[in-house]
Design a protein around this ligand. Structure first.
Ligand code: MLT
Length: 411
């Protein structure tokens, strides 16, 4: 008899975005021909920037001749891409990160999900609430979360993110080992100041903790005072791992390219209390379980850093930020409290009612798909998240329908 990993039975029955897709498919089936505007999952709608497409094509052509063909690539990614990342994303911001501390991967989802494998099963984990569900689910799968009661797992320390703390948690008094943070935040769209991140870095240094910092949405920051990387904070490279992605930055959700920064000075500890650098552990993990991102995709990602690619990427993000502004203004004009949408593609809206009910109502009466806040955790109850990844025309149409529906309150 082959036994299963029973931790899987402790997971919610389906992944949030699969559950939403199921409900939308059922609605479409019952209402054929009804127009639906999807503002739920944060999936990009604009094409890859022209500079990326040209680099992509050229690299595919290289694969067509024996003399330029490439087989397995270097495990951590090609130097041409890692050097650009180190220079442009970090050193240009005064963050001391070298190319060999960068691991190119197929997505921040897999990296944020897999990184927990490096830690002992008895580490104390801190996870914000609301949160991108991957951080929790992968710890549940690993057997670190314990049992679930009223929507929360016993073995996880939840960091409540509410209106009263601006959706950015303070470091707690208790000692926690592995801390997940994401800024600009998914789902709330909130951002963290340098001062707040400095408090977390100081906490992690004092407690020998590690911060897993998800910066997948940093390209949406327009306020010059907000840090793009945790490594802009002194001392962070000794206690933080950072996850970045080309998905939302340059439209790579379907193409797949991301990277994780593991500074060589960032340590965990063995059972005798001796420091162990996480870098060789992650290298070992990746070289065993992953064979890298394809050469053409890495060439396409490199083009994001070209002069032309940078201009095109910024224009696309500005377009999404324009959508976010329209969403935020529309809901604010209806009297709803909104967070995010200025340095983030997500708008977090307090509906003052049950978030799944609100989801069902928007779908049934306006044909608009959002994400119910409750799907991101207990603190998301009463909220919905709207994603700005869509065409301007669809966003305007969706907001007109919503204004029409909600102008006299919820019926
Ligand atoms: C989201 O909608 O939260 C994101 O698209 C999920 C992801 O990036 O995996």
């Amino acid at each position: 008899m082959v036994k299963i990993n029973e931790n899987y039975l402790k997971l919610k029955s389906s992944y949030l975005f699969s559950e939403i897709a199921k409900r939308v498919a059922a609605f479409q089936c019952e209402n054929p021909g009804r127009e639906i505007i999807k503002m739920g999952i944060g999936d990009v709608t604009r094409a890859l920037p022209g500079a990326c497409i040209r680099a992509f094509h050229a690299a595919v052509d290289e694969m067509s001749a024996d003399s330029t063909f490439r087989g397995y690539g270097p495990e951590q990614g090609y130097d041409f891409l890692r050097e650009k990342i180190a220079d442009r994303d970090f050193r240009s911001r005064g963050a001391d990160i070298s190319p060999d501390e960068i691991f190119v991967s197929d997505g921040a989802k897999s990296d944020t999900g897999n990184f927990q494998e490096l830690f002992s099963n008895d580490v104390r984990i801190a996870i914000p609430d609301p949160v991108y569900p991957v951080y929790i689910d992968t710890n549940v799968m690993a057997g670190r979360a314990g049992d679930s009661r009223s929507g929360r797992y016993d073995g996880i320390a939840y960091l409540d993110c509410t209106e009263s703390n601006g959706f950015v948690p303070d470091p707690p008094a208790e000692k926690l080992d592995l801390i997940y943070l994401c800024y600009p935040n998914n789902p709330t769209g909130a951002t963290a100041t340098k001062e707040k991140l400095a408090e977390w870095v100081e906490y992690a240094r004092r407690n020998k903790s590690v911060i897993l910092f998800d910066a997948a949405y940093e390209a949406f920051i327009r306020d010059g005072s907000i840090p793009h990387s945790i490594y802009e904070i002194d001392g962070a490279r000794d206690v933080a791992v950072e996850f970045r992605s080309f998905s939302k930055t340059a439209g790579f959700t379907g193409t797949r390219c991301a990277y994780t920064v593991v500074p060589k000075s960032c340590n965990g500890y063995d059972s005798s209390g001796n420091p162990q650098s996480l870098h060789p552990l992650w290298f070992r993990r990746c070289s065993t379980k992953f064979n890298g991102v394809s050469y053409p995709v890495q060439r396409a990602a490199e083009a994001v850093f070209s002069e032309e690619g940078a201009v095109q990427t910024r224009e696309i993000i500005d377009d999404y930020l324009g959508n976010a502004k329209i969403v935020r203004e529309s809901f604010s004009s209806l009297g709803y409290k909104c967070t995010g949408g200025d340095n983030s593609p997500y708008i977090w809206i307090d509906t003052a009612t049950d978030s799944w009910k609100f989801f069902d109502m928007l779908l049934a009466k306006a044909g608009v798909v959002c994400t119910p806040g409750e799907g991101f955790g207990n603190c998301g109850r009463g909220y919905i998240r709207i994603s700005a990844f869509n065409t301007r025309k669809n966003v305007e149409k969706a907001m007109e329908k919503i204004k029409d529906l909600l102008k006299n309150g919820i019926k």
